[in-house]
Design a protein around this ligand. Structure first.
Ligand SMILES: CC(C)(COP(=O)(O)OP(=O)(O)OC[C@H]1O[C@@H](n2cnc3c(N)ncnc32)[C@H](O)[C@@H]1OP(=O)(O)O)[C@@H](O)C(=O)NCCC(=O)NCCSC(=O)C[C@H](O)C(=O)O
Ligand SMILES: [Mg+2]
Length: 300
């Protein structure tokens, strides 16, 4: 069971080097934003991107979780990024190419030394062969500190392994499922990687649906057009909500109060399904609250 439930259907990467994208991100319906200071900022643009992001974070009204992806911690840029993120009061810092738990320990220690509140969490990108092989150990040790979730990085995985996945990602499936399992075994969130062809709406919808079936909590995105399909794929369907309501109502009936198992329309339903039904209804309510918060931001 995840330690800190959160709505994470769609997390949009926003390149901090791009002022227009930062401005645009304010009104987007992504559940959360990942401001990127790493790959999308050219080496000579990194300092300027950090300063632009610092200013933006001082005035943002986006209602979702705000995460900053920083440069490697052993670089000057990485250290300055971490200081900026701590000062800007974001929800989490995303570390790239995490290959062992030491880097998480170092980042946690650095945040402690900056008196960062415990609510400032760490997320880790799993995007190298070593990171995948060690995912369970990284997760197990990381949760003792500030680690809250994993993000898959398919582009770096491809670069490092020379794998050429087909449209269904067949060749990547064992690695992706290993990452999902490592996260779930340790109560971490886990987000699927980005889909680069942002004009290929059909292929993207198929990948979202597959990610949902694989147990990812949501998807990381690169373009605003990818938000709604991710929200649809990773949110509960109308049929799932109706079924959840029927299960909750059935177990509320006096004749079922003491029962561990009942049947609804020819289907076995146990109390573990009641737990899942309550989770689905909580997610429905969180989505409604998120939509209301977006509407308030728009009307200000
Ligand atoms: C890919 C892009 C460079 C395309 O941008 P653009 O050419 O501007 O596309 P559009 O003209 O279709 O954009 C339409 C409007 O939307 C705004 N926009 C586009 N992308 C974003 C965004 N990500 N956030 C906010 N707003 C965005 C444009 O400004 C247009 O606005 P308007 O002028 O009002 O019409 C671009 O989408 C982009 O840069 N995407 C993000 C790139 C990024 O952050 N990359 C790093 C993350 S990917 C990753 O992590 C890989 C991982 O590490 C791995 O290994 O797999
Ligand atoms: Mg990467």
């Amino acid at each position: 069971m995840v330690r800190d439930p959160m709505l994470l259907r769609s997390l949009l990467f926003v390149p901090a080097a791009n002022g227009r994208a930062l401005e645009k991100s304010e009104a987007l319906a992504a559940d959360g934003l990942i401001y990127d200071l790493e790959d999308s900022a050219a080496p000579q643009a990194k300092d300027e991107a950090r300063e632009r992001l610092r200013e933006h974070l001082g005035k943002t009204r986006h209602p979702g979780p705000k995460i900053v992806r920083i440069n490697p911690l052993d670089s000057r840029e990485g250290t300055e990024d971490l200081l900026m993120a701590r000062g800007a009061g974001v929800d989490a810092v995303l570390l790239t190419k995490v290959e062992d738990s030491d880097v998480l320990k170092d980042a946690s220690r650095a945040l402690d030394e900056m008196d960062a509140p415990a609510r400032l969490r760490l997320w880790a990108m799993v995007e190298t062969p070593r990171g995948i092989v060690r995912a369970e150990k990284i997760a197990r040790k990381g949760v003792r500190g500030r680690l809250s979730g994993f993000v898959v990085g398919p582009n770096d995985i491809q670069l490092a392994t020379n794998v050429l996945p087909d449209a269904e990602r067949t060749e990547l499936l064992p690695w992706l499922m290993q990452i999902v399992l490592a996260a779930k075994a340790n109560g971490l969130h886990v987000l699927d990687g980005v889909y680069r062809d942002f004009r290929d709406h059909e292929g993207y919808a198929r990948e979202c649906a597959a990610g949902r079936r694989m147990g990812f909590d949501g998807k990381t995105l690169i373009h605003p057009a990818q938000i709604e399909p991710a929200n649809a794929a990773f949110g509960p369907s109308d049929a799932a909500i109706a079924e959840a309501e029927a299960i909750v109502a059935a177990f509320r009936r006096p004749e079922n109060a003491q029962k561990g198992v009942i049947q609804i329309d020819g289907r076995m339903v146990e109390r573990l399904h009641l737990t899942d039904a309550r989770r689905i209804l909580a997610m429905r309510d969180a989505i409604a609250a998120r939509n209301a918060a977006s509407a308030n931001t728009d009307s200000r």
